[in-house]
Ligand binder design. Structure first.
Ligand code: NAD
Ligand code: TYD
Length: 352
């Protein structure tokens, strides 16, 4: 079996669902159920004996030790994190706690557990650390995309905390021989994406007739990958990645934010036309994010060359599926827009 951390969040829940759709290997899912964790993402697994959910904190060493001793996983796939840049600007403490301390705790627990394994079990064990392209900093328009050899230049509290965790993972391999792999992925989008991030925020605001807040001039560029392609990339690296190596995962799809927002508006105009007029009428430029990274882009040739992975979705197919998913899952959207969500919206947008 495998131990997944953060498997009730956006990417983690997609990973668990895809994993169990493709294999019968059981998953133990450790998640603290912060504002970003949502058991509704895993509702289709209710009663499925292959999935064991444990509510708990990755910083709780005794809990992690006991899960490892009880379930004896062959791998840990580590998603759990605080993941939103804007929240890291308002309150960086939680990012240091979970992303740095939490990863440290998991590494130490994994080291003790792996040290007690023998023979084939020991050789097969993997610690897979899920990270972000944001650790590489910001690109100029003419720079080549991020390669695995780029220096780390994180600019936000979020990316600094992820960079720190990547360094810990690297060091635990070099110093202790822990069998690790790390993946650094670009911006994901798709089902179960919490509507604090750009794409789901724009979809839910548009449907509610609310302003679509574009930071600064909207010309910031991100590479976008459909979440299920990220999950298949992780499976490829977990299965065949070389120990101690990092692999960039990306969608070969650079887009300016304003273009993303216009594409979402056009799809909604087609799929759920608003009698009040085109959704693009709601686009509103607001004060920029402090320290806003201008451009991210991923050179994903290493994972393709070594492991034969390429994304299955184009942006056109992936974004259409995503918009349709939000239209089909109004209950899920309504449930995540709780009081805490409303508090966040007013914290982040009221003074902009
Ligand atoms: P998310 O915020 O949607 O989910 C994070 C999950 O971790 C939640 O279920 C939350 O409850 C859980 N969690 C948080 N703190 C915890 C703790 N202390 N103990 C146990 N569980 C805890 O995040 P996501 O977008 O699914 O991202 C998952 C991982 O992928 C993160 O490590 C993130 O850095 C990385 N990543 C995300 C993206 C992206 O575009 N979203 C891109 C590249 C990499
Ligand atoms: P986000 O989804 O928060 O991901 P990240 O900051 O990790 O890339 O934001 C994606 C881009 O969209 C980023 O450049 C900030 C921008 N953005 C807006 O313009 N308006 C918004 O309301 C949000 C949430 C993001």
């Amino acid at each position: 079996m495998i131990l997944v951390t953060g498997g009730a969040g956006f990417i983690g829940s997609n990973f668990v669902l895809d994993w169990l759709a493709q294999s019968d290997e059981p998953v133990v899912n450790l998640d603290a159920l912060t504002y970003a964790g949502n058991l509704a993402n895993l509702a289709t697994l209710a009663g499925d004996a292959r999935h064991t959910f444990v509510k708990g904190d990755i910083c709780d060493r005794a809990l992690v030790d006991s899960l490892l001793a009880t379930h004896r996983p062959r791998a840990i796939v580590h998603f759990a994190a605080e993941s939103h840049v804007d929240r890291s600007i308002h309150g960086p403490g939680a990012f240091m706690k979970t992303n740095v301390d939490g990863t440290f705790t998991l590494l130490e627990a994994a080291r003790a557990y792996w040290g007690g394994l023998q023979g084939d079990e020991k050789a097969a064990f993997r610690f897979h650390h899920v990270s972000t392209d944001e650790v590489y900093g910001s690109l100029k328009p003419s720079d080549p995309p991020f390669a695995e050899t780029n220096p780390y230049e994180p600019n936000s509290p979020y990316s600094a905390s992820k960079a720190a965790s990547d360094h810990l993972v690297r060091a635990w391999h070099h110093t202790y021989g822990l069998p690790v792999v790390t993946t650094n992925c670009s911006n994901n989008y798709g089902p179960y994406h919490f509507p604090e991030k750009l794409i789901p925020l724009m979809i839910v605001n548009a449907l509610a007739g609310k302003p679509l807040p574009v930071y600064g001039d909207g010309q910031q560029i991100r590479d976008w990958l459909y979440v299920k392609d990220h999950c298949s990339g992780i499976r490829a690296v977990l299965a065949g990645g070389r120990l101690g190596e990092t692999y960039n995962i990306g969608g070969w799809n650079e887009q300016a934010n304003i273009d993303i927002v216009k594409i979402v508006c056009a799809l909604l105009d087609e799929l759920r036309p608003d009698p009040a007029g085109p959704y693009s009428r709601l686009i509103t430029y607001v004060t920029d994010r402090p320290g806003h990274d201008r451009r991210y882009a991923i050179d994903a040739r290493k994972i393709e060359r070594e492991l034969g992975w390429r994304p299955a979705e184009t942006f056109e197919t992936g974004i259409r599926k995503t918009v349709q998913w939000y239209l089909d899952n109004a209950d899920w959207v309504a449930n995540v827009q709780s009081g805490a969500y409303k508090d966040w919206v007013s914290t982040n947008y009221q003074a902009r």
